[in-house]
Design a protein around this ligand. Structure first.
Ligand code: CTP
Length: 407
């Protein structure tokens, strides 16, 4: 892919060299654009050596007296020639410029002229990252379809520990690769994804829930939308941005999730049931807050509806993909759940492996199908795992169509 790497003026600019090297090594054709600030942190020569190309350092930087016209429209030529723009580090200043459409240097002018995919990898001090202005700019850019690589948490050059570190360049390169390989094999499908936990009220101020972050479900919704599907995302309470071009339905309880799923079943062709649904709810919710006493409290819990099992009965010829988060006997439990809930495929993972699964950005899964085949994916970023799951769904759909055709 032909990629422009825009380097902003932050201390993390030095990491952009690693990113450029990773992208070049993966076979991409990379053109580097540096802001004036970036050149204070790292020399253009580093990038020129890594890419074998002249680095663009300003709106009129390439100009010679005879060449003024071509240099004046160079941002248009670069915009036309490239398919993806990745900005790392995307400073607070760059995010603000992109969000309002300011065009006072090469990178911001290129952003406006660019019609391909845009990846932004913000990096800055935690307070700047958390500032409502930065978050509002980010939200604007996200809604506009920019793909954001969230910054990491950790030690920052300003001496504090918090969110704002530029992620490992390999992770940014993985993200770029994921977008670079976008397929359109889900065009015409209506994919219903359930994600996140459910919350079952104990009283007006308390609830029972679980540690699901919703990240796997949101990654699946984003990937299905990128691959051409119309996506309906039914989500429990999570702290995640809604992926571009995805219809969101927010619910709290298992019963609300069940109702939302069945309200949209008719139009759906593929169901990805990744939510961590509570198995029980409190039978009698008091109208007022439960008061503390010195004695043991027992709660009476009733089972919630098993949405996946009900879907297994009513799905018709829709593809039904269940999920299972286990702490032991992964494969046995996965196979048992796939069979009793009548899923076409089931994605199983262990949730007690540190750094993977619940609350994590990464996952490692087994993808089981009814044919008896099992495919392993990961450990990898949840976006990458989502692509692998969709690859298996696409393959299953193809096989089923082939069977139908010969029947
Ligand atoms: N599921 C569901 N409705 C429920 C419980 C689970 O739709 N009330 C779905 C989940 O979305 C997931 C699958 O069933 O796709 C498996 O969920 P999991 O919690 O692993 O299994 P359970 O059947 O609840 O079994 P257990 O908690 O005993 O492991």
């Amino acid at each position: 892919m032909r990629i422009v790497v825009g380097v902003g003026g932050g201390i993390a600019a030095y990491k952009a060299a690693e990113l450029v090297r990773a992208l070049s090594q993966r076979g991409h054709d990379v053109q580097v654009v540096m802001t004036k600030g970036a050149q204070e942190f790292i020399q253009p020569l580093t990038f020129a050596a890594l890419t074998g190309r002249k680095v663009i350092t300003g709106l009129f930087s390439q100009s010679s007296s005879q060449d003024t016209l071509s240099s004046a429209v160079e941002h248009i030529a670069v915009a036309k020639d490239n398919e993806l723009l990745v900005v790392a580090p995307a400073t607070a200043d760059l995010l603000a410029k992109f969000a309002v459409g300011l065009a006072d240097d090469f990178l911001s002018t290129l952003y406006l002229a660019f019609t391909g995919k845009v990846v932004l990898s913000p990096a800055m001090n935690t307070a700047m990252w958390e500032h409502p202005a930065t978050q509002a700019n980010l939200e604007t850019l996200r809604k506009r379809g920019c793909s954001i690589v969230d910054p990491d948490e950790g030690w920052l050059a300003c001496g504090v520990t918090g969110t704002g570190r530029l992620p490992d360049p390999v992770r940014i390169a993985d993200h770029v690769d994921m977008l670079a390989h976008t397929k359109t094999d889900f065009t015409g499908e209506v994919v219903l994804v359930t994600a996140g936990p459910t919350q079952e009220a104990l009283d007006p101020v308390r609830y029972i829930s679980n540690r699901s972050s919703g990240k796997m479900g949101y990654a699946l919704a984003a990937a299905a939308a990128r691959r051409g599907a119309r996506v309906i995302l039914i989500s429990g309470p999570v702290n995640l941005p809604v992926p571009p071009h995805v219809q969101i339905i927010s619910i709290k309880t298992a019963q609300e999730m069940r109702n939302a799923v069945f309200a949209h079943l008719e139009e759906t062709t593929i169901i990805l049931k990744s939510a961590a649904v509570a198995d029980y709810y409190v039978a009698h919710i008091p109208e007022q807050k439960r008061k503390k006493t010195a004695t043991r409290l027992s709660l009476e819990l009733d089972p919630t509806p098993d949405i996946l099992a009900e879907l297994g009965q009513k799905k018709g010829d829709r593809l039904l993909i269940g999920f299972a988060a286990e702490t032991e006997n992964l494969m046995e439990e996965a196979r048992r759940k796939m069979n009793i809930k009548k899923c076409d495929m089931l994605v199983a993972n262990l949730v007690n492996t540190s750094g993977l699964g619940f609350e994590s950005d990464r996952n490692e899964v087994e993808i089981l199908s009814r044919s008896g085949q099992t495919v392993h994916a990961g450990p990898a970023d949840k976006n990458e795992i989502a692509e692998r799951i969709l690859d298996q769904v696409a393959m299953l759909r193809l096989n089923l169509r082939a069977v139908d055709a010969t029947a």
